[in-house]
Write a protein that binds this ligand. Structure first.
Ligand code: AMP
Length: 229
């Protein structure tokens, strides 16, 4: 199962990608997570990309495509993968086609999570992530059992620097300008399935399962949620 999860910041890509990757036993490849880790560890990549993340702008394509090319070539991607946050521009999508062709692979599906702007702003403003394991929570919509603490590992929950209001606005504008055209790109390639991302999280997961169809092992089930081509 080789899948891209597309959608604006706050659409739920990370939450859903973790679930799908676990169920299907495939790697979850999130360029944003890779960049944040590099920034935390102050590697040369981290130093190079920090200013883009802080400003809510996209990291240059050649850097991003480079790290994805390296990741996809690893053996654990042979049986499939779920890409979250990549590609984000049409040139990245074209580069991805080239990288996959070089590995003798192609994409099976692109799932686009559709969420209105109002809901996105609300989700991003209230999002808190675990500094330890990266799990996402929301102060109102999905609060942790103990305030400020991760249910999964007990780590401290923090607000992502780029979830602050000004950066959020810039990230949403960048999405409209640079990433939304990918929806048409993948529609033209016959790979796109749109899923209503404003449903409750479990319903979204079921709809994604249904969209990726037989990529799932038999018996893992697909909910009765409709997805549109
Ligand atoms: P995300 O966690 O997907 O919201 O990504 C956080 C930030 O990482 C973005 O605002 C960009 O600065 C950078 N980033 C993540 N993925 C990409 C990508 N595919 N292309 C360029 N920049 C990216």
């Amino acid at each position: 199962m080789r899948v891209v999860l597309l959608g604006p910041p706050g659409a739920g890509k990370g939450t859903q990608a973790v679930r799908i990757a676990q169920e299907a036993d495939i790697p979850h490849i999130a360029t944003g997570d890779m960049f944040r880790q590099a920034v935390r560890e102050e590697t040369s990549l981290g130093l190079e990309v920090k200013r883009y993340l802080d400003a809510g702008r996209l990291v240059p394509d050649e850097v991003t495509v480079g790290i994805v090319r390296e990741r996809l070539a690893r053996p654990d991607c042979r049986e499939g993968f779920i890409l979250d946050g990549f590609p984000r521009t049409v040139p990245q999508a074209e580069a991805l086609d080239g990288v996959l062709a070089g590995l003798g692979m192609k994409l099976d599906r692109v799932v686009s999570l559709v969420v209105g702007t109002e809901a996105l702003v609300r989700r991003l403003a209230g999002r808190r992530v675990c500094g330890g394991c990266g799990t996402s929570f929301h102060v109102e919509l999905n609060p942790p059992q103990e305030e400020g603490r991760c249910d999964r590992c007990g780590g401290v929950l923090v607000q992502r620097d780029d979830d602050r209001e000004e950066t959020v606005r810039e990230r949403l504008a960048v999405y409209e300008r640079q990433t939304a055209p990918l929806v048409d790109y993948y529609r033209r390639h016959g790979l796109l399935v749109e899923v209503d991302g404003e449903q409750p999280p479990d319903a979204v997961t079921r709809a994604i399962r249904q969209a990726v169809g037989n990529g799932f092992p038999a018996g893992s089930g697909s909910g009765g949620i409709e997805s549109r081509q």
